[in-house]
Write a new protein. Structure first.
Length: 290
């Protein structure tokens, strides 16, 4: 019933999957690649850290930038994982249109609340629910049927018309769509559930547009940004560790550490990378002028 969340089925799958056929849950549509949205930023200190292929590439880059193996880098795998997770989360939050994906699901009669995978809900962009211009069922000879025929005739649909006439017609169609069609609306609750309005009275196919990071197809520039951002965060962590002691005693008179300088360098690089992300990677909002 409305308000009770269910996990829907998918008929057409999505960007990552071919047509499944009826009766397959949306949980069968999984995010490809090595980025696990379910565990992102959720690994505890006591957990055993294992780096998959994509994370290992970033880790090796971070360690090399910090001077390993020539210089000892006092970071644990868990601390490096923290840096990588934060970088991926930042890029995912500002994911560009390059990372746009789609999936579909089938509604259930009288149910309007659906639980979708986390990688879909994290960056949900748009939902097409019963998107139909002439969704109202009309019979020939009815008032509604005659109205639509007259509307199209009066707006030069069957005659030669200019570009300005076409623009005016599109504006009229947009207004009529809002008034007479069955275009559904939607909302997100608790970052987990998608609610469609009105509650479907029949099984309908819903198209969901979202953005997510696929490590298999991620642009090399984005991978480089992840590596640099992970390094900046690692510098801040490492600077905090080395900052506990200014000088380490040694037979040669002691070794001076660069904790404060490393933290300041990492903070500065992090701020610069955020600006780069906003100005060069994330697309600006689109403005439509009618």
């Amino acid at each position: 019933m409305p308000g009770q969340a269910i996990i829907p089925d998918t008929t057409y799958g999505g960007t990552f999957a071919p047509r499944f056929g009826t009766g397959v849950s949306v949980t069968g549509v999984t995010q490809p690649g090595d980025i696990d949205y379910e565990t992102l930023n959720k690994v505890r200190f006591s957990d055993v850290v294992e780096f998959n292929s994509f994370y290992s590439i970033i880790k090796d880059n971070v360690m090399s930038r910090l001077g390993s193996p020539v210089i000892r880098v006092e970071l644990t795998d868990h601390q490096i994982l923290i840096s990588i997770d934060e970088a991926i989360s930042k890029l995912d939050y500002h994911a560009p249109n390059w990372c746009t994906n789609f999936m579909t699901f089938t509604t259930k009669v009288n149910y309007n609340t659906y639980e979708l995978p986390k990688f879909v809900m994290n960056n949900l962009q748009y939902v097409v629910y019963k998107k139909s211009l002439l969704g109202v069922q009309m019979t020939p000879g009815s008032l509604e049927f005659d109205f639509f025929i007259k509307y199209f005739t009066d707006n030069f649909l069957f005659q030669d018309f200019q570009v300005s006439d076409f623009l005016i017609q599109i504006m009229h169609l947009e207004q009529m769509r809002k008034i007479l069609s069955r275009d559904g609306s939607w909302d997100v609750v608790n970052g987990r559930y998608l609610i469609v309005y009105p509650a479907p009275q029949a099984s309908e196919e819903v198209i969901v547009q979202f953005r997510s990071l696929d490590s298999n197809s991620l642009h090399p520039y984005f991978i480089g940004w992840l590596q640099r951002y992970s390094t900046a965060i690692s510098k801040i962590i490492l600077g905090g560790i080395r900052g506990k002691y200014d000088v380490l005693p040694s037979p040669g008179g002691g070794a001076r550490l660069n904790g404060q300088a490393l933290s300041e360098e990492g903070t500065r690089e992090k701020e610069e990378l955020v600006q780069e992300l906003i100005s060069e990677i994330e697309e600006p909002p689109a403005f439509t002028v009618y």
